[in-house]
Design a binder for this molecule. Structure first.
Ligand SMILES: [Zn+2]
Length: 54
């Protein structure tokens, strides 16, 4: 099992155009949420930040 390594990383979504801010523990989830938001608001740009957790 390598799940521990996966969950030591987190991803923070931040939208440049509104106050959207969300944390995901999964890269695929973070990407999907960012895509969904940009699809819903076509003039918004979502940045995904990697958060290093101790
Ligand atoms: Zn937005």
């Amino acid at each position: 099992m390598t799940l521990v390594a996966r969950y030591s990383m987190a991803y923070k979504l931040q939208c440049d155009s509104c106050d959207l801010e969300r944390e995901c523990t999964d890269w695929a989830d973070a990407n999907r949420d960012a895509r969904d938001h940009e699809a819903e608001y076509s003039d918004h740009w979502v940045t995904i930040h990697e958060l290093q957790r101790a």
